[in-house]
Design a protein around this ligand. Structure first.
Ligand code: NIG
Ligand code: FE
Length: 419
């Protein structure tokens, strides 16, 4: 028996609902002050008053005194692209001189420049390159990520990336939920015949990914000059038939019809949504599609149009926020930074942003009964922040406040010695 007792904590539990929080509920973190928490064999056993929790604790338990600091569920990052070769600081600099993300893509840069390097890399090399990124996630308090393929764009290269995601999940403390994103960009060899590439995704890639059981979700980048709404529907139809859940890059750079397609196919999520309109929000609401907002991409691309998060909350959408970690639009692994951008630019309150980054993100991935809140019976994925009020996490922005990160009851990051 392996026990860990945390005492003297301010627990932001996010407990007590078995569905995502919507509307006003997003402002309630179900905080327990002066609380204790007991973990046994990786599972949360009890939280609440110190006396009640200590009564259940054995003498052998290891004890951590939180000293009145904030303890929260580990972040669930519901949208990332963590497996790729190379980096794109050259494009970052080009944007500073006035080129846009689309200008750079039209010149053969952007996603395709990462595709060239990723195709050239071996599975082992990609695994080694991804390991420090996994550390970054954990060190910033993220204990689960959704992870997309999408920088291979051939059957073999997409499978290679998905196998790396599986290995990262199996061999590191981070939990990774895999998504197949073969429809991320039209590869150079299909530039003249994009429909033939869609055919390859539908007829060869999706079935093989299904046979090998390498992805739980399928995603498409629905955008003008990438995949049209009609092409997106072809991919989603086959993906649904094969039993994949659906997530979709929708309305990121223009209003392209992705939200309606997501609604039509009963997608788990529609992501980005900077350009969504009222009809799109209503379509998501009426079909129960969760919205995953990625304000780090807007911030990093130097754009000014953020998704209408307040309208979405008012409409009752289940809202999540995520990093969109990738080498082009959003190279940050920090959910804390995303909280800051969400609060200052989309006017989420700190509590709403934290809800969107934990329990709602977990529900968007179908794992809300296991992670995303601090409740007895759940996996002990927790973060102790060096903060005396949860609002300090986004408020002191650009600081990594995570002091101790616990994954399934094990301490996987201990930054106390750096302070
Ligand atoms: O979510 N929009 C498409 N995919 C990524 C960007 C990928 C890249 O630039 O490498 C995104 O922003
Ligand atoms: Fe993305």
């Amino acid at each position: 028996m392996n026990e860990l007792l945390i005492t003297n904590a301010q627990l932001a539990t996010l407990a007590s609902l078995s569905r995502p929080r919507v509307g006003e509920e997003m402002r309630d973190l179900a905080v327990q002050k002066n609380a204790a928490l007991l973990i046994r064999d990786g599972i949360i056993v009890e939280t609440g008053s110190p006396a009640a929790v200590q009564a259940k604790t054995s003498r052998e338990a290891a004890v951590i005194d939180a000293n009145g600091r904030v303890v929260m569920p580990g972040f669930v990052d519901a949208h990332t692209h963590p497996v790729f070769a190379g980096s794109r600081e050259d494009e970052y600099e080009m944007r500073a001189t006035g080129l846009t993300y689309q200008d750079i893509a039209a010149r053969g840069g952007g996603i395709l420049s990462t595709v060239r390097k990723t195709r050239a890399a071996s599975e082992e090399e990609l695994f080694e390159m991804a390991l420090p990124r996994v550390r970054w996630f954990l060190e910033h308090g993220t204990t689960t990520i959704e992870a997309k393929s999408g920088y291979g764009l051939t059957l073999d290269d997409e499978l290679k990336i998905l196998r790396v995601i599986k290995r990262l999940n199996d061999e590191t403390p981070l939990d990774l939920i895999p998504t197949f994103l073969g429809a991320h960009e039209i590869p150079p060899e299909y530039r003249g015949s994009p429909d033939d590439y869609v055919k390859l995704v539908v007829e060869e890639m999706l079935p093989q990914v299904a046979i090998e059981g390498l992805a739980r979700y399928c995603d498409v980048f629905c955008e003008s000059h990438v995949f049209s709404a009609a092409q997106t529907r072809r991919v989603l139809k086959r993906a649904s038939e094969l039993g994949f859940g659906i997530r979709i890059h929708a309305e990121q750079l223009s209003l392209s019809g992705g939200a309606e397609a997501a609604a039509e196919f009963g997608a788990a999520t529609a992501d980005h949504l900077e350009w969504i309109d009222g009809a799109g929000i209503e379509a998501l609401r009426s079909s129960g599609v969760a919205a995953v907002l990625l304000p780090g991409a807007v911030f990093n691309l130097g754009l000014s149009r953020y998704p209408p998060a307040r309208e979405m909350i008012d409409a009752g959408l289940a809202l999540a926020i995520a990093t969109d970690f990738n080498p082009g639009s959003s190279p940050t692994p920090s959910m804390q930074m995303v909280l800051s951008i969400a609060c200052s630019q989309m006017r989420l309150t700190p509590a709403e942003a934290i809800t969107a980054a934990t329990i709602n993100a977990a529900h968007s991935l179908g794992i809300g009964s296991r992670v995303g809140s601090i409740e007895s019976g759940k996996q002990a994925d927790l973060v102790l922040f060096d903060c005396t009020d949860f609002r300090q996490i986004p408020y002191f922005f650009g600081v990594n406040h995570a002091r101790l990160v616990i994954k399934s009851g094990e301490i996987v990051v201990d930054r106390a010695e750096h302070r």
